[in-house]
Design a protein around this ligand. Structure first.
Ligand code: ADP
Length: 257
């Protein structure tokens, strides 16, 4: 693996009480910097803007009004980038912010510009931190409320940038035969070669209060990765240094290949 995309979900970045999980962010910064120092090219897709915004304003529940969510994303995104900037700087790693909307990637011209910009950043050894531009992406945000998070975006970024691997970090060890938060007999699936109707059925409903997607959007992301003949690993983001083990080909989480 030479080029990888790492997606981290809201549930891994924010504690249940709404505070930023500094340990996770610090470990993520340390790990991704370590990989860049080994000569890898790394793109980070980070969720969490709305959650961080909620924390800033002391809101316990995600508001239902779109304009409130977008305003929270605007507050949270800059705070989140500030935290990333500080933590990555400790390890001497440069990062950048890339905010995308679906239309940008649908138009050939802007898509090409994004592509060239990303290539330039990677060439310079910078880690682009990608998120959806939530203050403009109305439909996306709406869709977001229903399925949640940047799972699809990370798959698009991974396939468009021709990355060898997408590492998706969540609040769960991997994909299980059924929702492990509901069924005690759920079993971890080590490897999955295709996403069938049956696997989608096992993905069940949404996850946490802060994280919104649940498994469905992750399986859809895995589907696009498999279609592009690339790999995805779904693993627990509680300790992001787990990425070192994944890069060492240790059996971690669920491997989609
Ligand atoms: P993130 O914020 O990291 O994107 P989500 O909370 O949106 O994460 O999604 C992960 C959640 O999906 C898990 O915590 C779990 O409750 C739920 N889930 C539903 N079905 C499954 C399954 N078959 N395997 C694993 N997790 C599942």
């Amino acid at each position: 693996v030479q080029r990888l995309v790492v997606k981290i979900g809201t549930s891994s970045l924010i504690h249940a009480n709404g505070k930023i999980n500094l340990q996770a962010i610090d470990q993520l910064s340390y790990t991704l910097t370590g990989l860049v120092n080994e000569g890898k090219q790394v793109i980070l897709v980070s969720s969490g803007a709305i959650g961080v915004g909620m924390g800033q304003l002391g809101l316990a529940k995600r508001p239902t009004k779109i304009q409130e969510q977008q305003a929270l994303a605007s507050i949270g995104q800059s705070e989140l980038m500030t935290v990333y900037q500080q933590r990555f700087a400790v390890y001497g790693q440069k990062i950048s912010q890339v905010l995308l909307t679906h239309d940008v990637l649908d138009f050939p011209k802007s898509k090409e510009h994004v592509h060239h910009t990303m290539e330039q950043l990677l060439k310079w050894g910078v880690i682009p931190v990608v998120n959806e531009n939530d203050t403009v992406a109305v439909d996306e945000l709406d869709h977001y409320t229903k399925f949640g998070d940047n799972d699809q975006l990370s798959a698009i970024v991974a396939t468009r940038s021709n990355a060898d691997l997408l590492v998706m970090l969540s609040d769960i060890d991997g994909f299980y035969t059924k929702n492990p938060n509901k069924y005690a007999d759920a079993q971890l699936v080590d490897v999955l070669h295709e996403i069938t109707k049956d696997s989608l059925k096992r993905a069940g409903g949404a996850g946490t209060e802060l994280g919104t997607g649940g498994m469905t959007t992750k399986l859809k992301a895995a589907q696009s990765i498999l279609d592009a003949d690339k790999m995805m690993v779904l693993a627990n983001g509680v300790n992001p240094s787990i990425i070192f083990k994944i890069m060492n080909n240790e059996p971690i989480g669920t491997l989609f290949i």
